[in-house]
Design a protein around this ligand. Structure first.
Ligand code: 13P
Ligand code: SF4
Length: 352
């Protein structure tokens, strides 16, 4: 997906375009202020030969003004792999910026805030993966991109929410270790018909050798998607019987089963664009609902905005300007880890 505004657009033009899309979402004085900052960012971006990649969760004024490309994790990893710019500014969270650096070791990769982490990425370490490999020798490791480079380095292949099922099937093996998202793993197991165990929590682990299972998971969770419940869905459907509910696969299998559709952030955006329901509810970070609502003014978008990603929300226009001006915060990965982690990401990208 390509963002809507060009790099040489003036503050006035940015304001006009943001107003046309976001007048119902962002107060006018804030749109003016943000347009000024966005125009400066686009100017410095051009001077420094930089590219800005923006995840679908970025707040609306940022999402619709400064990124050269917006999209989901897979899309942005592909964009990062293709860029010929000298500097990549990642408006997303640290594991995403790291993925860009893995694929572009000679380029400068910046993230506008050091606080943009991720509960899934924090749930597992490289040593945890090595321990699992010792317990399950010979079983290939699939790692969700929502992990840091040291974890990717211990993995055979990465996946995102868009290609997790395809990646697992591509391995053609009897068993697979799938890390670290418990719910994504359970959703993949459900879709593929594979039986999954969680050796760190499963009391049957002592006899795991005798069990009939094909997937080995890990109990990591996204602190945002973990908050959505079947009760939320029941309550919303009671009030709006015609609502179409879309859930990110980081939601629990129960929530996914009670929803009408599940897919990556890009897949959810496409689904809303291509279907014709009177109203939708996106069970994911609230800013994305605002961005989708702005692009689909004929469709009503219900939002559960008490659920926010505190990490994605660290990224602001102000910090992005400072990031470009001061070249901060630099993403750096030790070369020995980078080479192995890049291999796992490149294998994923090659699957298509
Ligand atoms: P997507 O790859 O679907 O954009 O998801 C990334 C993410 O962090 C969702 O919480
Ligand atoms: Fe991580 Fe969840 Fe935030 Fe995505 S929404 S960046 S998985 S904490």
């Amino acid at each position: 997906m390509i963002a809507t505004l060009g790099k040489e657009t003036s503050a006035e033009q940015i304001y006009d375009q943001l107003k046309a899309m976001l007048a119902d979402v962002v107060p006018d004085f804030e749109l003016r202020m943000k347009s000024e900052i966005a125009a400066k960012i686009n100017q410095v971006k051009a001077e420094k030969n930089a590219v800005i990649l923006g995840h679908n969760y970025m707040e609306p004024a940022l999402f619709y003004s400064i990124p050269d490309f917006v999209g989901d994790s897979l899309d942005l990893a592909r964009r990062a792999a293709q860029t010929d710019k000298d500097i990549i500014v990642f408006c997303g969270v640290k594991f995403m910026a790291e993925t860009a650096k893995l694929l572009n070791p000679t380029k400068t990769v910046l993230i506008p805030s050091e606080k943009a982490g991720c509960s899934l990425a924090a749930s597992i370490t490289g040593e945890d993966v090595r321990e699992l490999r010792r317990r399950f020798p010979g079983v290939p490791v699939v790692t969700y991109v929502n992990t840091y480079a040291d974890v990717k380095a211990e993995s055979d292949i990465c996946c995102t929410s868009s290609n997790a099922v395809a990646v697992v099937k591509s391995l053609n093996t009897d068993r697979v270790i799938f890390l670290p998202d418990e719910y994504l793993a359970k959703n993949v197991a459900r879709e593929t018909g594979l039986k999954i165990i969680f050796p760190t929590t499963d009391p049957r682990q002592a006899v795991e050798g005798e069990l009939d299972y094909q997937m080995i998971g890990w109990p990591g969770r996204c602190e945002v998607h973990d908050k959505f419940s079947v009760e939320d869905i029941v309550n919303v459907r009671k009030q709006f019987p015609d609502v179409v509910i879309l859930a990110h696969p980081e939601c629990s299998p129960e929530v996914v089963a009670a929803s009408d559709y599940s897919g990556s952030t890009n897949a959810m955006i496409r689904y809303v664009e291509q279907t014709k329901a009177p109203r939708y509810l996106l069970l994911t970070e609230c800013s994305m609902g605002e961005n989708v609502a702005a692009a689909n003014p004929d469709k009503e978008m219900l939002r559960l905005c008490s659920v926010r990603c505190p990490h994605m929300n660290q990224i602001t226009l102000e910090d992005t300007l400072e990031s470009l001006e001061k070249s901060q915060y630099l993403i750096e990965i030790p070369e020995e880890i980078r080479v192995r982690a890049a291999r796992a990401v490149e294998r994923m990208i090659a699957i298509g």
